[in-house]
Design a protein around this ligand. Sequence first.
Ligand code: C5P
Length: 251
Amino acid sequence: MWRSWKGGWRVSEELLYEGKAKKVFATGEEGVLLHRYKDDATAFDGKKRGRIGGKGRTNATMSAAVFAYLETEGVPTHFVEQVDEESIKTKRLEMLPVEVVVRNVAAGSLAKRIGYEEGTPLKTPIVELYLKNDELGDPLLNRYHFRELGVPDEDLDFCEELGLRVNEVLAPYFDEKGVTLVDFKIEVGRDAEGNLMLADEISPDTCRFWDKETGERLDKDRFRRDMGGVEEAYAEMLRRVTEIRERGAVD
Ligand code: C5P
């Protein structure tokens, strides 16, 4: 699989988009894109910049593993296959201008907004819908705002239900790896047939992961808050997600 990337179709790649954390290429296959994740890191709408060695590998490989798992649990995703350590192929989608955040524990902007101490468990998961717009700083909006901007209620219903379903599947998945899924952000897109599905990535860039025992942060907050140990945290999350348990062989 990796050989074909280095050989065959690499020549036909055409850069469609370069963002803060990835490049997106056309692949020559109809309706299929290649996302290559970068080690470049930004925070606070691009005001803080840096580089996290190994981040591209963690984000591509974790996204591949998590999307594949979600598919087995009946969650529709854009994932097609992992191509190399830093790249995945996905379906080509029309993205909704929405960032869906789901939270289990108060942290970050929610802790500030509702006056909770970080780390306070929430009674039930909270879903929030943000407008995906860097210039406006991705504001938190309600349905009236989204209607005004042309995003219909049924698409928002799908976003909320998908967010809660992803949480239902991934909270126990990460718990089993010794990690509390504090909160996460997902994005949603529509394929050529009109089907909505999970898109973007699931990684330490887009989730808060806290070690279940120690509370240690294993995500991008280490970069945002200058906590040190950033590369180690990304490597540790990659290890926990990809670790092959050979219990059968050991027992
Ligand atoms: O900053 P805030 O507390 O609102 O972030 C909630 C969650 O959404 C965090 O896991 C954060 O990593 C993620 N997020 C993101 N992209 C953004 C904003 C938040 O991935 N633009």
